[in-house]
Structures are given as structure tokens and as C-alpha cells.
Design a protein around this ligand. Sequence first.
Ligand SMILES: Cc1cc2nc3c(=O)[nH]c(=O)nc-3n(C[C@H](O)[C@H](O)[C@H](O)COP(=O)(O)OP(=O)(O)OC[C@H]3O[C@@H](n4cnc5c(N)ncnc54)[C@H](O)[C@@H]3O)c2cc1C
Length: 386
Amino acid sequence: MDFDDTPEQRQLRDAVAALGRRYGHEYYLEKAKSGGHTTELWNEAGKLGYLGVSIPAEYGGGGGGITELAIVCEELSAAGCPLLLLVVSPAIVATILARHGTEAQRQRYLPAIADGTTKVVFAITEPEAGSNFHRLGTVARREGDGWLLSGRKCFISGVDQAQHVLVVARTADEATGKLKPALFLVPTDAPGLTRSQLDMEIVATDKQFLLYLDDVRLPADALVGEDPEVGLPALFAGLNPERITIAAGSVGTGRYALSRAASYASTRSVWGRPIGTHQGVAHPLAHAQIHVELAGLMVAKAAARYDAGRDLEAGTAANMAKYAAAEAAALAVDTAIQSMGGNGMTTEYGVATLLGMTRATRIAPVSREMILNYIAQHVLRQDRSY
Ligand SMILES: Cc1cc2nc3c(=O)[nH]c(=O)nc-3n(C[C@H](O)[C@H](O)[C@H](O)COP(=O)(O)OP(=O)(O)OC[C@H]3O[C@@H](n4cnc5c(N)ncnc54)[C@H](O)[C@@H]3O)c2cc1C
């Protein structure tokens, strides 16, 4: 057991932190509030190899693991630039394609995801199915050699910036007639695919969309993998990287908020001495700091297990990390605001701007209740009620 980064990981952490600092939260806010995107930061991170750290070297990546991608997510968030699409394009989609895509899909998509020239977003959530993916209603029907896709998706992040969307649909099993999951790479400009932006109370550069798939015609090679049985394992392959990287981003956001608050508390003087000298201010910050660091440990554990190929144990740790980090980030942002008084609620001080995002990470990509269900069933061996 080693609680320190390797020298290479330390180097990566320092370099990503330096890149994040060059842009910073003001840059992020300006883009988010004007409806823009963090294109410059994304492209630079791509060129420097940070987006592709976990993509195999033979497909243009850095050949590292989810540990390295988690470091990238954490450090950019710690600089006030929480890039949600890191969790989608390099973490979920690239992992699924690296593990389950065809050779042609790996060659086509992975190098472009790694250098940032292509973004592929991920669409599983549906209005009627919600957290219960067994109820997914998006269906793919065979048409000649290809497919026709119909259905609806909601809350899909970053569709406006992406070239493709990886859609989770269902196909009829030829033997049983039952529907089973299958993943399709759909160009965002495909005829029959339309979108509308959701109004969300989140200050972020990556927006959420409703997607309508109305008989979207796809070629045979849009299906991920060669074997029709690959759908379910491919879907599951994306879950651990998603949870670990979103958790790492939350740890970074928690660090960001607490560092802003700590520097404020040590300089703001109301009764002749800095407010941080009052335990009523310092203790809640210390309490939140402990929770952020604990969550960071669980992220590292989950990532280490995942990178060691211990998927099942990584699943439990990734769920716990996601839960702990989302709660810690929400606590850190709320506590930071309280310690900054009225300034905590201003845009200028750059902490209240994270309220919507940290609140949302307690719901997405998997809600705290569904994680508690998982732990209750798989760790505590309780029967499920649903
Ligand atoms: C900012 C943001 C970005 C997102 N980006 C994407 C994306 O890019 N792609 C994508 O596919 N989806 C995305 N989502 C969707 C997200 O994954 C879902 O919102 C989430 O999985 C919860 O599903 P739901 O909203 O349908 O809630 P529901 O499933 O309707 O649940 C509502 C509430 O009931 C609780 N609940 C439901 N079932 C149970 C149960 N059995 N036991 C206890 N409690 C239960 C839930 O925990 C929740 O609190 C995003 C969401 C947000 C907010």
C-alpha cells in the first residue's frame, strides 16, 4: 500500500495543475455564463496528452490507467475548471471502445478522443426509465445490413460539442425475442437525430440535452463490437471509470472551494483579527477538509483496483468513492460559502457558482440512493425492495 503518487503521477499532477491555473475559474465562469465552451483548455489538454492519459499507447494515448485520468479530472477541478466531458468522452466512451470496440472502431475513435479533436458523448438516461436501465425504451431494429434507431434520451451532456453520441439502445435477441442492450455510435448530425437544450440551474460549460431519435438510419459498423452479446459487458465497462472520474472531479472541486475559503478566512478581519481564528469558522472548514481527503483516498483505492483488473472490487470502491466525493464536495462548497459571508454568494468570489454542479453530482451519473442500494445489497447482503 502506497499513499503517494509515483514520480510520473506527481509530474502529471503538477503539470495539469499548472495548466488549470493558467485558465482558472474566471475563464470557466466567463465561458459558462456566456454559453461558450472551454475549447481552448480542452484542445490544449488534448495536445499535451492529458485527455488521452488512460487510452492505450497503440491508439495514440498515454497508456496509463484510470488513476492517471482521475488525476487530470481532480487537478482541473481543483483549479476551478470542472470539465464534465472528461468523465464522458475519455473515461466512459474511450474505455468502452478500448475494451469492447472493433479494431476499426478503436483505430477510428481512440486517437481522436485522445488528442481532443473528437468528442463522443454518452446517452443512456431516458425520461420513462430513469435509474432503471432495464426499462430502456430506445430500440434498434435491423434494416438490411444496418440499423434503425428510435427512442428518447434526456439530460445528455455536451451533445452540442460532440461529433458522435454513444447511444445505449436495445435489440431483439434473435433466439428469444427478448430485448437486450446494445451500444451504437451515432453521428450528432445524423438525419432523424434532433436535440433540445434543457434549462438547468447549473453554472457549467457543458449543457444537458433532450435527444430524439426518429428512425435514425445507421450502418452495420455503428454497433459497438462484433459480437451482439457485447452490449451488456460494454455498458458495464464504462461504469467504474465514470464513477471514479466524477468522484475525482468532486474531490478537486472540494479542494478548490476550501482553498478559496481558507485564504479568505485568513485575511478577512471583522473584529480586529482574521475570521479564521474563530473556531466557529475554522472548524467547519477543517471538518470539510477531512471529508474531502477521505473521499480522495477512496478514489485512489477504486482507481488502483480498477487498474489492477479487479473489476468487481473496483465496483464497490468506485460506488463508495462517488458517494463520498459528491457529499464531500457539496459540504465543502456550502461550508466555504458560509465562511465567506455575503462574499460567498457573489460571482466574484467564485464559490457559489459551484452550488448547482456540486448538488447535481449527488444525483448524477448515479444517485446517492442507488449507491446506497448497491452497498446494502452487495456489501451488507440485504434483499432489494425494488
Ligand atoms: C448535470 C447532469 C448531467 C447528466 N449527464 C448525463 C449524460 O451525459 N448522459 C446520460 O445518459 N445521463 C446523464 N444524466 C442523467 C443522470 O444520470 C440521471 O439524472 C440519474 O441517473 C438519475 O436518474 P433520473 O434523473 O431519471 O432519476 P429517477 O430515476 O427518476 O430517480 C428520482 C429519485 O428517486 C430515487 N430513486 C429511484 N429509484 C430508487 C430506488 N430503487 N431506491 C431508492 N431511491 C430511488 C433516485 O435516487 C432519485 O433521488 C445527467 C444528469 C445531470 C443532472
